[in-house]
Design a protein around this ligand. Structure first.
Ligand SMILES: Nc1ncnc2c1ncn2[C@@H]1O[C@H](COP(=O)(O)OP(=O)(O)OP(=O)(O)O)[C@@H](O)[C@H]1O
Length: 377
């Protein structure tokens, strides 16, 4: 990550000048964008369309190029090839290189920095310097109240907890109402309850202001909660982009399936459109043949007393309150399978149960499908 990138530092005078007209949403388009650092390819031939007012979540493991992509859109990085357009106007590319402050893009980075010598309110209003001071302070106060921090307006940052400081940084990023917002793990480091409420609040503000937004996250659940669409990145590339349901139901490969949630992976062999393995035979809807992997999520495993059910031995159970996670040993499979059930689960470790895996919930990928998440060099 990049130290101390000031999320307030990009485009503020522009935001403030344009603020009155900032209510119509902007589109963001990347066309075949590349960014290299020496021989390392951080962003590889990325094309992406973000519709006006859309919230797109970029999901991917550490080092896959998410932050670099945001920095390219903001103008803090220049693409080696390709074009970046905001509202069809070229920002980066052969014909233009619009400076960050003229792009109207707001930024909120995970390593936000508040100015220690300014009050909380002054920090928030910092982005409104082109505005008449009293109006700017009134706007700043409103944003702080919205974040539940109105009482701290005249205090200094050091009296706030880390989570509170993060909310101030968020207020500072949104108060100029940029038409396009880049958020890099904006909720990381917050405790789960605060994280959930910040997420809701941020989402409400982005929707209200029709802000087009790209949010970077490591967490699939967060991406699903926030994004109209999700783009999954690996090794500098967008592997798959779509709605939560599209990606969840039709993951492009095992990497994407594993990014979205935990998944059981069972080796099998495919021939003539049928996958055969320790769990029996399943129709394969893909072109795959030969060694393959049969994948399914723990929640799709059904417990069954039918004679056709697959015998499985209970290795262990964990209660999650309203759900039980069951580890199951099945002959021919080296690692225990996981099942999740919200029905009462009575069997003890060592006991035997029957399971079924519905064929429509099974994904079949070639055995060599998984490409390492690290970057090509
Ligand atoms: N200025 C730079 N000089 C050299 N290498 C860089 C530079 N910026 C990024 N990189 C490298 O590019 C790759 C992508 O980095 P980036 O920060 O975009 O990944 P990320 O997906 O945001 O990771 P994380 O989730 O850990 O923040 C990494 O290998 C990183 O070390």
């Amino acid at each position: 990550m990049f130290a101390q990138r000031a999320e307030h530092g990009v485009g503020l005078s522009t935001h403030t000048n344009r603020r009155a007209t900032a209510s119509f949403p902007a589109s963001v388009k990347l066309e075949n964008v590349w960014r290299r650092f020496g021989d390392l390819v951080a962003v590889r031939d990325v094309s992406l369309d973000v519709a006006p007012g859309e919230i797109l979540c970029l999901l991917g493991p550490s080092g896959c190029g998410k932050t670099t992509l945001l920095r390219l859109v903001c103008g803090l990085e220049t693409p080696d090839e390709g074009r970046i357009l905001i509202d069809e106007r070229e920002m980066s590319g052969p014909a233009a290189n619009v400076p960050p402050e003229a792009r109207g893009v707001g930024l909120m980075f995970q390593d936000f920095a508040l100015f220690p010598h300014m009050t909380i309110l002054e920090n928030v209003a910092f982005g409104l310097q082109a505005m008449e001071r009293n109006t700017a302070l009134a706007e700043g106060r409103r944003a702080l109240e919205r974040m539940g921090l109105g009482a701290y307006a005249d205090a200094y940052p050091h009296v706030l907890s880390g989570g509170q400081q993060q909310r101030v940084a968020l207020a500072r990023a949104i108060v100029p109402r940029p038409r396009v917002m880049m958020m890099d793990e904006p909720f990381s480091g917050l405790d789960p309850r605060l994280r959930a409420s910040m997420r809701e609040e941020t989402l409400a503000i982005l929707r209200e202001t029709h802000t087009t937004c790209i949010i970077v996250t490591h967490e699939a659940e967060e991406a699903m909660l926030l994004g109209d669409r999700i783009a999954v990145m690996r090794g500098g590339e967008i592997v798959q982009a779509g709605t939560t349901q599209e990606i969840f139901d039709h993951p492009a490969d095992l990497f994407v399936a594993e990014m979205m949630s935990e998944i059981n992976v069972v080796p099998c062999k495919v021939s003539g459109g049928v996958a055969r393995g320790p769990l029996g035979s399943y129709p394969s809807r893909t072109e795959v043949s030969g060694d393959a992997l049969m994948c399914f999520r723990p929640r799709v495993v059904r417990f069954s007393h039918e004679a056709t059910a697959i015998p499985a031995q209970v290795c262990g159970t964990r209660s999650l309150g309203d759900e039980t996670v069951v580890e199951l040993g099945v002959e021919g499979i080296d690692t225990p399978l996981l099942a999740r059930t919200s029905a009462p689960f009575e069997a003890e470790p060592g006991g035997w149960v029957g399971i079924e895996v519905p064929s429509e919930k099974v994904h079949i990928f070639p055995a060599n499908h998984q490409v390492p998440a690290s970057l090509d060099r």
